[in-house]
Structure formats: C-alpha cells, structure tokens
Design a protein around this ligand. Sequence first.
Ligand code: SAM
Length: 239
Amino acid sequence: MNFHVLTLFPEMIENGMNTSITGRAITKGLLTLEAVNIRDYAFNKHQKVDDYTYGGGAGMLMQAEPVYLAYEAIANRTAKKPRVVYLTPQGQVFNQAMAREMAQEEDLVFLCGHYEGIDERVLEEIVTDYVSIGDYVLTGGELPAMVMMDSISRMVPGVLNNQESGETESFAGNLLEYPQYSRPEEWHGKKVPEVLMSGHHANIEKWRREQSIYRTAKRRPDLLKKADLTNKEWNYVRQ
Ligand code: SAM
C-alpha cells in the first residue's frame, strides 16, 4: 500500500506517520509514505500557493495550478490513475467499512486543504472521493489524512501483529468491543469480573458477546440495528 499526501505541511505527516505501529510498518516496507509539498510546485517568486477568492469573502484559497502539478508528479509514476481523496468537512463521513474498502488499493493520494480550502476547478479534475472525518471544521486536512491512513493501515496484512489483531474490535459485526481488564485483580475496590478468571472459554465468549451487545445498545443504538443478533439476543437487549 502506497500513501501519497499532497500537503503544505509535509513534516506534520512524516512525524505523525513514522511513529508507533504505522512507523514500524513503513520501516518493514509494508507501507510507503510520500508527503509531497505543494509549495514545491508553485513556480512564482515567493512560492505562493494561495490567493483571494473571487466574489469576496474572508480568507485565502489554495490555487488550482500548484495542486494540479503536484498531483501530476505522483500520477505520472503510479501504475494506474490513482484514487484521490480530498479531505473536506463537505465529504462523506469516514467509517471502518470505507477503511476496509480503500485498503484494497495499491496507491492512495490524499489531498489536504488549508485556509478556506482549494479552488473548485482542480477538485473537479482530480478528486475521486470527498471524505470528512466528522461534522466539525479543522484548520487543515493533515490530521484527517492521518486518521484515514492510520485506520486503513490496520487493514493491510502484516501491519498488526497477532496481539494487536483487529478481528474482534469495535465495528466488527456492527458491535462495539466488550470491556477489558488487566492486572491487578482488584483496583480502587473494583474487581475483574469472575468469569474472565474462570478459564472457561465458552463462558468467557458468551459474556463478551453479551457485554458487546449491551454496550452497543447503550452507546450506539444506531449500530445495533445493523448487527446480526439472534432472536434471543434481541429479547435480551429489549429487557
Ligand atoms: N471553507 C471550508 C468549508 O466551509 O467547507 C472549510 C475549510 S477548512 C478551514 C480547511 C481545510 O481543512 C479543508 O480544505 C479540509 O482539507 C480540512 N478539513 C477541515 N475540516 C475537516 C473535516 N471535518 N474533515 C476532513 N477535512 C477537514
């Protein structure tokens, strides 16, 4: 999986991604990361990339040409025309299913806006996916791009080792994960549930499934509607 990021702040992407699990995956060659500075494609005296918006209004807009040239420099090297994700609060809200689907791509280009955003004309020419990370406005697309790359990376075979396996995590089967505990057995007067120390695997599995359902019903009832529950489990939730 090759990540290409078009940004005005490449150091932000490089520092963030070359850390922890994604950093290890890059070192191992399971992922590659290229942060392209859009400013390098602004061929004017001060490498200026933004200008006033036509029609007036507050703030500056990133201009079309440097973004386009930076994109072309990547697209000329990829095996096929790459998918280009523009991070924008106006996009479809990112979720685990999108991460899973995008992890199938060989190359993904992330376009990070700044200031008031980017000239619409270049977006029309190069963007294939408009993606938001939530209904709020950030100062730039770098954090959203890192959120997406982190989550997509976890779907790439070999990135997570067995201990970090994502198979039983939240959103698998549209349920949230069950509560978890580590040592000591008692902390601040709170004991680890007896069943988890019983060594009885079937009972532990049953308890975890029930807790997942309970938790999802309480915190994310919208997800539960899409979960695959038995009639018995539905009755249990309704109690
Ligand atoms: N004027 C734009 C609007 O109202 O839709 C917002 C521009 S925002 C200040 C600057 C940049 O941050 C955007 O171009 C985008 O790349 C990024 N951004 C801000 N909020 C985001 C979000 N919720 N999800 C993804 N990207 C976001």
